[in-house]
Design a protein around this ligand. Structure first.
Ligand code: UD1
Length: 337
């Protein structure tokens, strides 16, 4: 029998791609997602891609009773991947308590259910936002964790600390804190991809919606930064590569013989500027983007990219897709919407 993995937020952008990779690797995902920020038809797409309907529960991940009952329904769970969380930086500034309550509350609920049912393996979705603006743009897992720029970022720092505190408390836990850089792209079949709510905040969905005519013009948030072309530098990683890292993280946790909590950078190791992304998108897709240079966006980090050596060495994982592949897949997906 396949080993079951509970995937909270399994119908979301990164979650859905991860569910597909889990099935491909021989696991049986059990999805907990109340679809407040995702679509239920994504489950049908996962079934189309994998040939299997995944088990799913429409449950709020902060609901202690319901979550525990899902955990108790299955007695052969090998681990939990906890994606379910709010992720819009700007919204978190407007609604801080909603972010703290949901993101921290749901992690605590999951950790309590794991304790109750004796599950130790946890993969947690963290973010490169924990590094703030680092002194050097290339960051390793030992780079200083800085005060967060937003309540969203703060929830990631706090959640990492919660997992560490639970380990220190003596609960049997093996934790992998995955620090994502900038996930972009879509499934190469165009069956899965990002579904932003309303006007996108993130660069690539804004680009694809502008190319599709849904947005009039893309605004580049400042070109007076201390970078070669003056625009911000980020490490853009294909969502399928990111999804595969979760499978590797589960396998890594299964190999650990002692309780532990380790952070891993998930990025390509290469930074791209906003203008490079725009020009790469135009080139690979043969479309012209209407864009202009605007002012800086408050809270933006000037430049950051991953040193992914630890994930490569310990998880045995490496990115396979290029940024150009990801920009092509994002556009292919947008055209299906
Ligand atoms: C942010 C968060 C990250 C979070 C991610 C997902 C920080 C430091 N980073 O990433 O933790 O996981 O959002 O919500 O808080 N840009 C434009 N025009 C646009 C949109 C974006 O020029 O219309 C620029 C931004 O200024 C930035 C780059 O594109 O330089 C990437 O922006 P975005 O996609 O929003 O991601 P981050 O801010 O890097």
């Amino acid at each position: 029998m396949n080993k079951k993995i509970i995937v909270t937020g399994g119908a979301g952008y990164i979650g859905s791609h991860t569910v597909v990779e889990l099935v491909a690797a021989g696991y049986e995902p059990v999805i907990i997602d109340d679809f407040r920020n995702s679509r239920s038809w994504i489950i049908d797409r996962i079934a189309e891609l994998t040939g299997k309907s995944p088990l799913g529960y429409a449950v709020d991940c902060a609901d202690e009773k319901e979550v525990l009952s899902v955990f108790r329904n299955h007695n052969d769970i090998a681990g939990v991947i906890h994606f379910a969380a709010y992720k819009a930086v700007g919204e978190s500034v407007q609604k801080p308590t909603m972010y703290y309550q949901n993101n921290i509350g749901s992690l605590c609920t999951v950790l309590n259910a794991m304790k109750e049912t004796g599950i130790s393996n946890l993969v947690f979705s963290s973010s490169c936002t924990v590094y703030g603006q680092p002194d050097k743009p290339e960051v390793t897992e030992n780079t200083l964790i800085q005060k967060a720029n937003s309540p969203y970022g703060d929830t990631k720092i706090i959640c990492e600390r919660i997992v560490e505190s639970v380990l220190a408390s003596g609960q049997n836990i093996k934790g992998a804190l995955l620090r994502y850089f900038n996930p972009i792209g879509a499934h190469p079949t165009s069956k899965l991809g990002e579904l932003p709510n309303g006007i996108p905040n993130n660069l690539v969905p804004y680009i694809t919606q502008t190319a599709a005519g849904l947005r009039e013009q893309l605004v580049v948030n400042g070109n007076d930064y201390n970078t070669p072309d003056g625009t911000n530098i980020r490490d853009y990683i294909h969502v399928v590569d990111l999804a595969k890292a979760h499978v590797k993280a589960i396998e890594w946790l299964e190999r650990q013989t002692k309780n532990c909590c380790e952070a891993f950078n998930l990025g390509t190791g290469k930074g791209s500027s906003v203008l490079e992304i725009i020009h790469n998108f135009e080139k690979v897709n043969g479309v012209k983007l209407n864009y202009k240079i605007g002012p800086r966006r408050a809270g933006d980090v000037e430049q950051i990219f991953a040193n992914p050596s630890k994930a490569e060495k310990e998880l045995g994982w490496k990115c396979q897709y290029s940024v150009a592949d990801a920009l092509k897949h994002s556009w292919d997906w947008e055209k299906t919407l």
